[in-house]
Design a protein around this ligand. Sequence first.
Ligand code: NDP
Length: 794
Amino acid sequence: MSIAEIFNSMSYGPAPESETAARNWLAAHKGKFGLFIDGGWTKPRSNSWFESQNPARGEKLADIAAANDKDVGAAVAAARAAQKDWLAVGGHGRARHLYGLARTLQRNARLLAVLEALDNGKPLRETRDIDIPLVARHFYHHAGWAQLQEQEFAGFEPMGVIGQIIPWNFPLLMLAWKIAPAIAGGNTVVLKPAEYTSLTALCFAEICKDAGLPPGVVNIITGDGTTGDALVRHPDVDKIAFTGSTEVGRHIRKVTAGSGKHLTLELGGKSPFIVFDDADLDSAVEGVVDAIWFNQGEVCCAGSRLLVQEGIFDKLISKLRARMENLRLGDPLDKSIDMGAIVAPVQLAAIKNLVKKGTDEGAEIWQPSWAVPKEGCFYPPTLFTNVAPAATIAQEEIFGPVIVAMTFRTPDEAIRIANNTRYGLAASVWSENINLALDVAPKLDCGVVWINSTNLFDAACGFGGNRESGYGREGGHEGMLEVIKPKFLAKLPDYQTAAKAPGKRDATPSPLVSLDRTAKLYIGGKQARPDSGYSLPVFSAKDVKIGEVGDGNRKDIRNAVEAAGKAVGWTTTSSHARAQVLYYIAENLDARKDEFAKRLVETTGVTSKKALAEVDASIRRLFSYGAWADKYESRVHSPPMRGVTLAMKEAIGTLGIICPDENPLLSLISLAAPALAMGNRIVLVASETHPLSATDFYQVLETSDVPGGVFNIITGNRDLLARTLAEHDDVKSVWYFGPKSGSELVEAASAGNMKRTWVNNGKARNWFDMEQGEGREFLRHSTQIKNIWIPYGD
Ligand code: NDP
């Protein structure tokens, strides 16, 4: 071919990368890898091994140890033994170690890039230019957090030993996302890579050794799901950080319920890629390439649903098809290809299966005319049109290079279709009208939004999802808060189970007490009779029946959640307006101070002085959250690009709050006020033993301009009501402060729609204490962070 012809066709020749260094590394280990425990290689006690394959060529790369329970136990024991000393190294000491790891990673960058491409099948162009540089960036960034830890996270301590389970789609990058923050924060880790892609994690183990990381700080155990399961169940693990499928994430939630283990889950997605009619279409087409054909579409946040404004649909689709015709697919080590191999035959079969379902359901498939290599696990870029929003391929995560295209007419419709999924990981919005894009971004129910861009990641910007995409964030300030915990938590006393719950006593009334005191429920801004038609007796501290409260049931919770769902105005109004209401509640409580104090004396048996102190503290707390309402603000990140990332603190939605028995007024206010200040609507279950402070509170709410449905109060059986809230799909988060068994109940029941939970694990707080009862911890649980990426410039 002449040079002129080459210029005309713009076709590339092959540009293969040498794999010699990677082959030498494999050979140096004789193609067989043990487990990396306590700073050295150990033979698996299981004496069992599995093969790692190169999916592009179907050849064996190495034998990998399959860890069993005993191996997991040894790794956890090594991590536990190392943790104290690792903490004692101090922030600066850990910063130096993380910096050392970053440097060593960079020195070995090409080896890691080639190894990753061989093992996973992803193009070297991506491992070399995206995965590995981001891995190093993660260690540099978190070296910084280690350095600043004592100032920035004063009052916090590490979780302890963290078990980490990662998938195969970004093997080394997911390792970095997990390990860098965890060890920066003073934890030690046991990490299990995915069965298909263990090699770069094992190479990283060697890098830890070379870089002089103390033994036991990082332990790498290989194996399949049973190894992961053993790690999840190990009693000496303090936290599980998991990235993978929603199905396994749900299983882990159930298995760890009530164990006290902290949990972060980064799960699947079905992210929308929204193109408005004023978008730069050529840029949008390149965006689609990066959204769904980057990493063969094996990306949790892949833009797999293309939503296009009706008027430009045909034009965009024809441009897209022309671009697809020019994509190159082939040997991952060829530097001029766009797409490599699918990770394994099982995944290839899963993709083919869903594609067949798409065609069976009537969608129209389009693939480029060029042939896919016959050998190896390859699948062509695929575009579906004529897809109904409810079709299987528009709802299920395909986790392959397959995009489904649909149309919309108006921004509202785009938002509706975008949110019509059980997931909520990411979204991409394309428009030249920044006003429109910034109006749409907050309305998308997901954790990350890219404006005129897609699949951008940085260590400083948190990443994570909502709904069935999981919870918790990785990266940035918010990611650090997932690996450390307030120091006071370890010292809390056990929650004392109250003996005087309504209904547990002889309900014979004292002849001295008027029985005209049956408090109703408070739903949608009105007092409502319980659906059951029953009430429960309430006793004084002296064991005398002093009244009755409604015996709330599932239906009452449903009504309250529905009322809360309608009160969206509370979320969209200004924080200034919410602050005014909180101050007004405080003012009205102040006006009835004596009455509330009297009630506390009567129900809890405290002295008048203590009761007045509780009412005073409640008033102060309301003022605090009136103050916080417009001061717990979002951050702006400056990732290494021309642009900014807004880390928006958003309300979560409808919260279920189960109150403890201690300090029934103060604990209620301490939990309700931050949630309200941040724009959530709440369904609050009053203390089971002392519900009258809550029912008295209706009158304060009624006189304080609290819109109906924002603050709902239900009385009755705590566990029944807690379970109903935890199972309800429209409740986005449940906070539980009660006996230990309730924490387990709530965590297990929350697995249905993977809602967030905040539970007390059977511990009691001192609600008067400023650290335990007020502040950022409460505000953090009242918000979720959405990172909105806004590149700028032409
Ligand atoms: P899994 O969720 O099964 O695997 C993720 C990790 O969890 C792997 O290390 C896996 O081990 C491990 N694991 C599996 N079962 C258990 C268990 N019971 N307890 C603890 N750990 C366990 O995802 P797959 O790799 O099987 O992929 C299946 C689907 O999941 C994909 O088709 C895709 O839809 C989705 N997925 C989503 C990802 C995301 O980033 N959100 C990433 C990967 C997959 P092992 O690999 O050895 O089985």
